[in-house]
Design a protein around this ligand. Structure first.
Ligand code: FPP
Length: 253
């Protein structure tokens, strides 16, 4: 959302991005293997996708696997990938029934064959849906996204497809994974950590941040509503003064 479109405080964010953190700690606290935390976390994904569609959210972006997550023990990486495939196969008919369109951001070419096939199938199956856009960040890292964008731009400039004098903040975004996706209005991070961890660094410039100590497997529809209520109480100024925002709010939309 741009400053120009923020003339009213929107109570429901158009785009929510979530760093789903705390699966490992949730499992450890129960004497379970970390992978059990991811399994329960995948059920939370289902709950929050439904809650988002119900609340009228247009885009939900979930940080499921970072470029750094490959360094985790191999059995845990395999478990997350298997879970992704399992969830895609189990839930795609339900996504379709609920008019949810699946998208990904990140370098999915590096995922294993089975994960790539399942993603391709789910993306194709849901391609014509017009409801909630569910964006899964997989093998995603924001610095590498920006670097890739700069390389593509340099290539276009070298091939005279782009002109450095006309590149601006709007047309640069077409080089990012998130082109055609509006910037998040609200970022939620669960489990108490208060950092961005290389997630959507460009796109979060004016995003409201919400941190909760609740772990991702315990994050419920009620916790999600609390985040939306908090968002609704914030005044987004985009660098303007409070008085300027007030004045804009008095104008008809
Ligand atoms: C962070 O918790 C979670 C992950 C790195 C993986 C998230 C994956 C899922 C929720 C399951 C599959 C996803 C989909 C979209 C079906 P952590 O392991 O870093 O927790 P910790 O900080 O407590 O160790």
């Amino acid at each position: 959302m741009t400053p120009e479109t923020n003339n009213k405080s929107h109570s429901v964010p158009q785009h929510i991005a979530i760093i789903m953190d705390g699966n490992g700690r949730w499992a450890k606290a129960r004497g379970l293997d970390r992978t059990e935390g991811h399994r329960q976390g995948a059920e939370t994904v289902k709950t929050i996708v439904k809650a988002s569609a119900k609340a009228g959210v247009r885009y939900l972006t979930l940080f499921a696997f970072s470029t750094e997550n490959w360094k985790r023990p191999q059995y845990e990486v395999d478990a997350i990938m298997n879970l992704l495939v399992f969830m895609l196969e189990r839930e795609t008919p339900e996504l379709n029934r609920n008019n949810v369109k699946l998208l990904t951001i990140g370098d999915t070419s590096q995922l294993d064959k089975k994960a790539k096939e399942s993603l391709k199938n789910s993306i194709e199956t849901t391609a014509n849906n017009t409801g909630l856009h569910l964006v899964i960040a997989l093998n995603y890292g924001s610095r590498s996204e920006i670097l890739l964008a700069v390389k593509k731009l340099a290539d276009d400039v070298a091939n005279r497809k782009a002109n450095l004098d006309t590149i601006n903040e709007i047309n640069f975004t077409k080089y990012l994974y998130t082109h055609n996706i509006p910037d998040p209005d609200l970022l939620i991070r669960t489990s108490g950590e208060q950092r961005i961890s290389n997630f959507l660094l460009w796109q979060l410039a004016y995003t409201e941040l919400y941190f909760t100590s609740c772990t991702w497997p315990d994050f419920s529809e009620e916790e999600f509503s609390k985040a939306i209520t908090t968002f609704a109480s914030r005044e987004r100024r985009f660098g303007l003064t409070g008085e300027q925002i007030e004045k804009n709010n008095d104008k008809p939309i």
